[in-house]
Design a protein around this ligand. Structure first.
Ligand code: PMP
Length: 383
């Protein structure tokens, strides 16, 4: 078996999380919205415990946490859910970035197709968008600014703190896609000022198929989002549909472990990155890192091996390392990464770039040898 180093795509579930979920599946058959029996009450207690665990991780109030099926859905609700409010107020300008996940970018493009004015800000070669470039686009009719916290392909941290500070007293909603930072950059996320935040549990060892949309209240009022589909009153009507009790329990547990363990995880991630860089530097292979490493998280490397096709490298190293050359959501396409293109990385360099990402539960001893094998293969593949 190869070592799994594609944590930005998804992470293996924490066995402790799985145990909690299996227990709920086995012993709690109730619907959390049933009010006529104990099964419903018990399910509701589990869901509310999960909500408090999410709230504790992000240091928000429990009535600001809305369960969804994941970040894609949260992003859609955060953007499309503002349609009625935009019609009422005439605010129809949206600012986002060219390196957002497609769940934001394609939703913003849909808004454009129905009459919204959308500005899409590009990063520079550092992989970071400039807060000033975003701030100077804000106008009276700006409805929403949506910027990701950490980019999934490069691991580059975006200036959401600065943007949040600027927007805090403006009549403009600020949404952050924190899918790659939630449960990881725990302290940082707690300090950011935002109105809406999206994430998925499976990026930090929780189950796939669940996430949350955090809606921060201002003057006791939630941001003016509405559901994007019709249904029941679950999650205050913002996300109708039966609440998946075991998934909520799993996500809550993953949040609790993240709250307790993020310091140690971060240290381990940092130590692994240092060793991977040492191996790269000592190998003599010609490589460049995509994105300004000063702003890169400790759990991602986006490496260009000069003269080595990423497709050839990934196929030849399959037995050692599971890597990727971009987001799993777009990996069926062989087009060059739109994130690296937006950064201005030359196409031949993009074609030679692979992403390696790791995280909680990865042990140094399991990574170094397969990584060295991969680097040796890269050396042999140089054209
Ligand atoms: N946003 C970002 C930054 C992501 O990395 C991902 C997952 N690749 C998503 C949104 C979508 O998450 P999900 O597929 O869990 O809905």
């Amino acid at each position: 078996m190869s070592v799994y180093l594609d944590y930005n795509a998804t992470t293996p579930i924490d066995p402790r999380v799985l145990e909690v979920m299996v227990n709920v599946y086995a012993n709690n058959p109730g619907n959390a919205d049933s009010r006529t029996h104990n099964y419903g009450d018990d399910a509701r207690k589990i869901v509310e415990k999960g909500r408090s665990q999410v709230a504790e991780l992000l240091q928000v109030n429990t009535d600001e946490v809305f369960f969804t099926s994941g970040a894609t859905e949260s992003n859609n609700i955060a953007i499309q859910g503002l349609l009625d409010y935009a019609e009422e107020t005439g605010k129809k300008h949206i600012i986002t970035t060219a390196i957002e996940h497609k769940a934001v970018l394609n939703t913003a493009k849909h808004m454009q197709s129905i009459g919204f004015d959308v500005d899409i800000v590009k990063p520079d070669i550092s992989g970071r968008v400039s807060a000033d470039n975003i701030i100077e686009l804000v106008r009276d009719d700006t409805l929403l600014v949506s910027v990701m916290h950490v980019n999934n392909e490069t691991g580059i941290i975006q200036p959401v703190k600065e943007i949040g500070e600027f927007l805090a007293n403006k009549d403009v909603l600020f949404h952050i896609d924190a899918t790659q930072s939630c449960g990881k950059l725990v302290e940082e996320l707690r300090k950011i000022q935002y109105d809406m935040l999206s994430f998925s549990a499976h990026k930090f060892r929780g189950p796939q198929g669940i996430g949350a949309l955090i809606l921060r209240k201002k003057n006791y009022q939630l941001p003016p989002v509405k559901s994007v589909y019709f249904g029941g009153q679950q999650e205050h009507g913002i996300r109708p549909g039966t609440t998946p009790v075991a998934l909520v329990a799993g996500m809550g547990t993953a949040c609790e472990f993240a709250s307790e363990e993020y310091g140690l995880i971060e240290e381990n991630n940092k130590a692994i990155k240092k060793e991977l860089l040492r191996i790269l530097n000592e190998s003599g292979v010609s490589f460049e890192l995509n994105g300004d490493q000063e702003y890169c998280v400790d759990s991602t490397l986006n490496i260009c091996f000069n003269g080595v096709s990423s497709e050839a490298l990934m196929i030849s190293t399959k037995q050692y390392c599971a890597l990727s050359n971009g987001s799993a959501c777009t990996s069926k396409s062989y087009d060059p990464s739109y994130v690296l293109v937006a950064m201005g990385v030359p196409v031949e360099r993009i074609e030679n770039s692979v992403r390696i990402s790791w995280g909680a539960g990865v042990e140094m001893k399991d990574v170094l040898e397969p990584f060295s094998e991969m680097v040796d293969i890269a050396k042999a593949l140089v054209m």
